[in-house]
Design a protein around this ligand. Sequence first.
Ligand code: NIG
Ligand code: FE
Length: 401
Amino acid sequence: MNDVPESVLVDDIATLVTNDPSRGRGEVGEIRDAALVVEDGRVAWSGPRAQAPAADARIDAAGRCVIPGFVDSHSHIVFAGDRSREFAARMSGRPYSAGGIRTTVAATREATDADLLAGARRLVREARAQGTTTLEVKSGYGLTVEDEERCLAVASRVTDEVTFLGAHVVAPEYADDPRGYVDLVTGPMLDACAPRARWIDVFCERGAFDEDASRRVLTAGMERGLLPRVHGNQLGEGPGVRLAVEMGAASVDHCTYLAAEDVDALVQAAGRPEPTVATLLPGVDFSTRQAYPDARALIDAGALVALASDCNPGSCFTSSLAFCVAVAVRDMGMTPDEAVWAATAGGARALRRTDVGHLAPGARADLVLLDAPNHLYLAYRPGVPQVAAVWKDGELVSGRP
Ligand code: NIG
Ligand code: FE
């Protein structure tokens, strides 16, 4: 699988997770003793090994497991500075609040573009080495027109999934004029940032933006052609989930504190042709020592659940989807199958992507070879590095088979 156009057979896969229920067992479409053919950066064929077609070259999976690359639909990796002491204080009992974001804003404004890019690239490499092949990246630590724009410029150097989050918190200069800040975000800042982003996001939460301000932000972004997604219900119950569903957001992220009507809204939104996904961020609840959301109840009710890292310097500094899978299984009531699906196919749904998150023919050849016989090992062996090799668009980008 290199630049030369040829077909490559990935052979002797003990367990292949296709996420295509028509191809194998369960929602994850698991095929035992499988093989997969890659051609021109795409999956050309996947199925039982005994039926594999001929190919120009062969990679030996040697009885290990292949899953689709993780689709991490939520990160904030364009930043400068360090908040390890804030984390330590939390572990000694101080609660997390949105206010900590301003610490990172100050450091980010001071940083050069080159420093921000180097930091983002380092985290992309780190995420890739752990199996993430699609990564959404938000702005939100600039909070001036110029700083938000340059954070988005950095983001677009490392990913195609770029999100404008000027409405992360009210910028410190506008502490006494939050309406004025929303005017800035929906006016000159959006003018500068809309051409650089695919998504518009808002932190709809106590200490950040209320329902009316959040609706204004999302509406303004959508009028500029951006697609909505929402941070909601992270620190307490609130209007975030219902607003996201009302606006037809692709995803509402956190969902840690849900009222019955929020669950109802998510279930109703899951049935739409363009659903609103409930994206759970187990690393945040871990690193802020909050209660975990009840993923079991959400899934049983019929909501569509994704898992993402939320990699950021404040509420959760992990880039590991494997870690998120393990926590979701251990503490949020998800089965290993559901958690692996949620971190791959679920993330793809949250980004409205059909070309990633599965390994049926036609999908991008974004593959992760695990040093494990099956995908259950991601939760079964928490904290253990098990990613042997990662391919993106058929190209080896980390490790070796
Ligand atoms: O998703 N919730 C809002 N934003 C981030 C936290 C950012 C920070 O604390 O720096 C989040 O958790
Ligand atoms: Fe976030």
